[in-house]
Design a protein around this ligand. Structure first.
Ligand code: AHM
Ligand code: MG
Length: 331
């Protein structure tokens, strides 16, 4: 007999999940948990702004001041402000680097962690009601607690991440993250205002049938190996799927099995995506879910960054598909 709704449990909320897993981080003293909660809270505010974005025109707010005296901001800048504020108020993070700003911010407190964030990724989709995302990484500060932050604190290998995650603002909003103990996905229940565990222990299929690349780049691809791989995908009648929002493309492939490619092109000889703000967090998640993320010849997580805004070629998703790309590139 079908259960009535009242009999169905709500499930595990993000807060409860974080609390019950806190013992996994013996040296974290709750700060990491609080940091994740701060990010989750900011994402709820950003989610609200995204949801009402389409209404702003009819409500006559564009170009005007809102009741609080703030000028209407573009969503990506607004997301940047929301996340930066949430992280700076908490005290657990002592520094933030954002894709939206040139340099990092030293919050000048004694927090243990630094955060790198792409507050709203998928810029071409922001104004057209298509899925977009937030990507974040958490690292431990490397310089001594009493010392000011330096750029070096932000130039850590992806493998040094304490946590990595993303928020997908799609038909439903999801928070997916890892602290190195597997990957868990939470779906936002807007009437409760809570993220609820909906995808425990996420696993990426070893192989898949979806390849995701901007096909418009075909004539600008630099590597014959990539051209050959794409040809192979097509001769094998695989499915091409490309949203143009990294988080959304990655998330679909994580659930269904597939690979996402952003190779070097004539316009972007090092690829378009940023190591610190985009590739590392997703690579950490991919690997924790059994997938893989590489450049042409290196695991993304093993790259020593040389600058905060460094770009890298990115091949990420099902392990066998990424390995096949590597093979083609070596031929
Ligand atoms: P952005 O940081 O300006 O938003 O650019 C990153 C986005 C990714 O979300 C997406 O994978 C890629 O750019 C799409 O690029 P393209 O339009 O060249 O296909
Ligand atoms: Mg971006």
């Amino acid at each position: 007999m079908e259960k009535s709704r009242i009999d169905l449990p709500i499930g595990i909320t993000l807060d409860r999940f974080i609390k019950s897993n806190q013992s996994q981080y013996p040296n974290a003293a709750g700060e990491l948990s609080q940091l994740l909660r701060d990010i989750a809270l900011a994402s709820k505010v950003v989610n609200r702004e995204i949801n009402k974005a389409g209404l702003i025109d009819i409500m006559g707010n564009v170009g005007a001041q809102n009741s609080g005296g703030d000028h209407q901001q573009k969503l990506d800048l607004l997301a940047n402000t929301r996340f930066s504020r949430a992280l700076s108020k908490g005290g657990e993070a002592c520094g933030i680097a954002s894709e939206e700003t040139e340099s990092f911010i030293d919050l000048k407190n004694d927090g243990k962690y630094i955060v790198t964030i792409d507050p709203l990724d998928g810029s071409s989709n922001i104004d057209v009601n298509v899925s977009i995302g937030t990507i974040f990484s958490i690292y431990k500060k490397q310089s001594a607690p009493s010392q000011p932050l330096t750029e070096k604190d932000f130039l850590q290998k992806g493998r040094q991440q304490v946590a990595g995650g993303y928020i997908l603002y799609g038909p439903s909003t999801m928070l997916v993250f890892t602290t190195g103990m597997g990957v868990n996905g939470f779906t936002y229940e807007s009437t409760l205002g809570e993220y609820v565990l909906s995808h425990p222990s996420m696993q990426c299929k070893e192989d898949g049938k979806i390849f995701s690349i901007n096909d418009g780049l075909s004539y600008d691809l630099v590597d014959q190996g990539i051209k050959d791989y794409l040809h192979e995908c097509k001769t094998q009648r695989m499915t091409g799927r490309y949203i143009g929002s990294l988080v959304a493309d990655f998330h679909r492939n994580l659930l269904k099995g597939g690979v996402f490619l952003y190779p070097p092109t004539t316009q972007y000889p090092n690829g378009k995506l940023r190591l610190t703000f985009e590739a590392n967090a997703l690579a950490f998640i991919a690997e924790q879910a059994g997938g893989l993320a590489t450049t042409h010849n290196e695991n993304i997580l093993d790259i020593q960054p040389t600058s905060i805004h460094q770009r890298v070629p990115l091949y990420i998703g099902s392990r066998k598909m990424v390995a096949r790309i590597q093979e083609k590139l070596r031929q």
